[in-house]
Design a protein around this ligand. Structure first.
Ligand SMILES: C[S@@+](CC[C@H](N)C(=O)[O-])C[C@H]1O[C@@H](n2cnc3c(N)ncnc32)[C@H](O)[C@@H]1O
Length: 324
């Protein structure tokens, strides 16, 4: 029988050695502390398996008690406010919304016939539904909404297909999102949760998030609550017929079963729309099978695909695009 405590400890050890280093020294310390803390592992053991993950625990603890200075401080505050932290873990999800992922989406969107009808599944607060409200800099070339207060810088490597070299403007005629739990950019608690999901030392990401929320707040994109497979056809039917429908998702299908992903791909084929994916390798087998080898260097790169074909690798939180 699998020892659940050991499974959870291994997840935290993995986080401490593979995910946090270079990104968050504090989370690295917290994760390695949890991995050998029997009392805390027992507390996690009382939660459903999907609720035991490091990102959720650390965000919930910071949401309730503020950012700790180190492991002892974290542990003390956590046990002092244990019920509130557990309640936040049960009520909330890790649904980081990263507008910088739009820097990878934009050239593909600009390559399609305009105007566009954008449908994002797994939209969280909808910040990736606003690619036309941000400015972009890629290797010195500025494009998009050039006067926007949010400028997304992205280092580009490799040779893009010729029509993607200098992205032109995009026109959005319609936009909508679907999410199991839409976050509301006008709700202070949802905004505080989104801020807490950004790792403590990532000040640039936090600033980006806050600027994007400011841009979203005046005219938030509509996001329908529900499962992406259940709601897709009905929401897609609302898109204006004279706009190019693009369904896209970034960092979402990881949460969906293999059967769910296959059903989603079948639905998209039936809709006859364009499809952009930005997911970790292996999530979409049809995309993975077409990937070139060897891969470019770099940690945790996403695979960017258009209509089921890989076109680039992209960094997890934006900032780097490597055309295949
Ligand atoms: C990691 S967040 C990514 C959010 C956004 N796409 C981004 O890249 O910034 C994943 C989102 O997918 C949503 N999600 C997960 N499974 C889903 C499903 N089956 N149907 C709809 N949304 C789902 C979650 O609620 C969450 O908001």
């Amino acid at each position: 029988m699998v020892d659940e405590t050991e499974t959870t400890a291994a997840m935290y050890r993995r986080f401490a050695t593979l995910e946090a280093p270079g990104a968050s020294p504090l989370y690295e310390r917290l994760a390695s502390g949890v991995a050998s803390d029997r009392e805390l592992l027992a507390l996690l053991g009382g939660l459903p398996p999907a609720k035991r993950q490091p990102n959720l625990l650390f965000a919930a603890a910071r949401y309730v008690t503020g950012t700790p200075s180190g492991y002892d401080d974290f542990r003390e505050a956590l046990f002092e406010h244990r019920e509130a932290v557990v309640a936040a873990m049960l009520a909330r999800r890790t649904q980081t919304n990263e507008p910088a992922r739009c820097a990878a989406l934009y050239p593909l969107l600009a390559s399609l016939p305009q105007p566009l009808a954008l449908l994002e599944v797994g939209a969280s607060a909808g910040l990736c539904l606003l690619p036309d409200r941000y400015a972009y800099t890629q290797n010195g070339h500025v494009f998009g909404a050039v006067g926007s207060p949010l400028r997304l810088n992205c280092q580009v490597e490799g040779t893009p297909p010729p029509h993607l070299t200098r992205p032109g403007p995009i026109t959005v005629a319609w936009r909508a999102g679907i999410d199991l739990n839409p976050l509301d950019v006008t709700d202070p608690d949802d905004v505080r949760w989104l801020r807490t999901l950004v790792w403590p030392e990532q000040h640039e990401r936090l600033h980006r998030l806050e600027t994007a929320i400011g841009l979203a707040r005046d005219d938030p994109p509509p996001i329908v609550r529900g499962d992406l497979n259940d709601r897709l056809a009905e929401v897609a039917a609302q898109a204006p017929p004279d706009a190019t429908l693009v369904v896209y998702h970034t960092a979402v299908l990881y949460y969906v079963s293999d059967e769910g992903r296959a059903a989603f791909a079948d639905q998209l084929a039936r809709l006859g729309c364009h499809w952009i994916g930005q997911e970790t390798e292996g999530i979409l087998p049809q995309v993975t099978a077409r990937l070139p080898r060897p891969h470019p260097d770099g940690p945790l790169m996403y695979v960017l695909s258009l209509d089921g074909r890989p076109v680039a690798f992209s960094a997890m939180h934006g900032g780097r695009l490597h055309w295949v």
